[in-house]
Design a protein around this ligand. Sequence first.
Ligand code: PGA
Length: 248
Amino acid sequence: MRRRLAAGNWKMNGSRAALSEITSLAALSPQTHCEILICPPATHIVWACEARGDSALRIGGQDCHHAAAGAHTGDLAAEQLADAGASHVIVGHSERRADHGEDDAQVAAKAAAAWRAGLVAIICVGETLAQRQAGKTLAVIARQLAGSLPDGAQAQSTVIAYEPVWAIGTGLTPTLAEISEVHGAMRTQLVARFGAQGDGMRLLYGGSVKPANATEIFALPDVDGALVGGASLKAADFALIVRALEGA
Ligand code: PGA
């Protein structure tokens, strides 16, 4: 049984004042059987951990370097995120792939770094609009999934997020059939490579998830939760998404 996960990615948003949203979600967390995760900017992880108190709300990072330490100005090691109180880290988000030129091999190295530090790696994949329009979606996802997951991936420390690049922050979403097609293909590929571990990995959908569309997306087979950007910035909206996930 895969435990459902509602993950919020604040990206480069939020302030110390916005941590009151964390406090609200911390109050929600004992009332749900779903796992709830918020990934604030790394500067705010320690404060976010203070704000969640002893609740089950999880706090994560948005990226990490592959090395454990060293001369990498401005970067953060997975070990440092863990030290700050993070339990998860997003790797390979399309904004990192686009803004920083990260390729699948680098993403795989970051996932391995996350595991080394005892973190759950949330590994993102997703096609561009041009790739979808060219009919290449499944091939692109298969290639990213193969290249971005190191050998030996374990279900308990690996989450996959399917995030079509064109659906992120745009209000556009794939059809339910399109989401199902990709998630089904990912599950088949993960089981073929990792067996029971691949079956146990949680597959999140991400890209313009909001309270209004969450219920129908969560009803799809092989959708085990969501990675939410914009709608995670307000605890009230995110709480509605968690509620939809609980009911799925
Ligand atoms: P969005 O972002 O929900 O604002 O579309 C999703 C993401 O990038 O994780």
